[in-house]
Design a binder for this molecule. Structure first.
Ligand code: CU
Length: 358
């Protein structure tokens, strides 16, 4: 890590700590009044209040065009759905657009996006459905969509190789202004992802061209409150290291808008790692344990009663848990640096119904 990087990171952490010292966490408190006290009894923060993570100011979610609380529960089952030859067909429209996204208060990132949001739409279907994904490249660079799953090479969304025929590698990079329809049968069931596979790959992924791809088993899964979290990071000075980390893009989003849960309700969390530049990312749940389904491709857990899992880039899985006691519970990357730079949030567990609102 260069000295410039250290300074950059120190600046961001410093800004966060300073902000909290100034706010004393008070901005958080009105929204989380059932939380344990986080400030000194006189209502003013003391010098230790930097122990609460957060960020100064507010991200303008309206300007971004998406809200992290909505991304959690926004499942796209198809822009058009119909039957064809005895099979369910789901059509989706994905458009690559360049867009400046505010990833922390006042910090704007020149992103490349699918449909103007990071992560892109959560594509959801059932195993065996036929998917038609209409891709339009309205961005300034060539892009593709590469889906994780089982499909023909021609639909794999990789760059074309010199001399290779179309039926071996497909259309290759979709140039600005061009379009292509990816079509395949959704399999296997699981928690998957899609991303741009244009070259240089790390730049195209890191810029924001990725999303969750959830394929439900034909028999479904037990009823649960379902959430999607895509772990990501942002290299704001383009030195191949991240300065900001998050789930669903906005640093500390779920500190500012805590995620309401009900005591005893089953929570199913689709977790996907799309962090570039760092070898692994992780998820740690406070004060509870979860079952984990690696890649989501099984109906029985691949790990039971763990409170931390790690994922390399592209790895993903399903967490299932339920909180037994009301309270405010943290979740975050267990790389402390990631947590302090934005990748942490809170579950607010109460006895009350929250009507599925996140
Ligand atoms: Cu791309």
């Amino acid at each position: 890590m260069s000295i410039a990087n250290v300074k950059r990171r120190q600046f961001i952490v410093g800004a966060i700590s300073t902000a909290l010292a100034a706010l004393g966490g008070s901005r958080l408190l009105p929204r989380i009044d059932a939380a344990p006290p986080r400030q000194s009894p006189n209502g003013h923060g003391d010098s230790h209040s930097g122990g609460v993570f957060g960020a100064m100011g507010e991200v303008d979610h309206e300007r971004n065009g998406f809200h992290p609380s909505e991304l959690l529960v926004d499942f796209n089952y198809g822009d058009q759905v119909y039957q064809e030859d005895g099979r369910t067909v789901r059509e989706y429209n994905l458009i690559a657009v360049d867009k400046e996204v505010e990833i922390a208060p006042g910090l704007f990132f020149p992103a490349w996006t699918y449909n103007g949001r990071i992560p892109g739409p959560t594509i959801r279907c059932t195993e065996g459905d036929l998917l038609r994904i209409h891709f339009v490249n309205a961005g300034s660079h060539p892009h593709t969509i590469h889906f994780h799953g089982i499909h023909a090479a021609v639909m794999d969304g990789i760059p074309a190789m010199p001399g290779m025929p179309f039926d071996m590698v497909g259309p290759g990079m979709i140039q600005p202004g061009d379009s292509f329809t990816y079509e395949f049968v959704a399999e296997p069931f699981g928690c998957h992802l899609y991303h741009c596979h244009a070259i240089p790959l790390k730049r195209h992924i890191h810029k924001g061209l990725y999303g969750a791809f959830i394929v439900d088993p034909p028999e479904g899964r037990p009823e649960a409150t379902e959430l999607v979290m895509v772990m990501n990071g942002f290299d704001t000075n383009f030195d191949d290291e991240n300065e900001v980390y998050a789930v669903n893009t906005v640093a500390f989003a779920y500190n500012n808008d805590v995620i309401p849960l009900k005591v005893g309700e089953r929570v199913r969390l689709y977790l996907i790692n799309l962090t570039e530049f760092d070898l692994i990312n992780s998820f740690h749940l406070h004060a509870e344990f979860f079952d984990y389904y690696d890649h989501g491709t099984t109906l029985t857990p691949t790990q039971r009663r763990v409170d931390t899992i790690m994922q390399c880039q592209g790895q993903r899985g399903i967490l299932e848990f339920n909180y037994q006691k009301p309270g405010m519970y943290m979740f975050h990357a267990h790389q402390s640096e990631f947590a302090e730079l934005g990748w942490m949030g809170m579950f607010h567990v109460t006895e009350e119904e929250h009507h599925g609102d996140a």
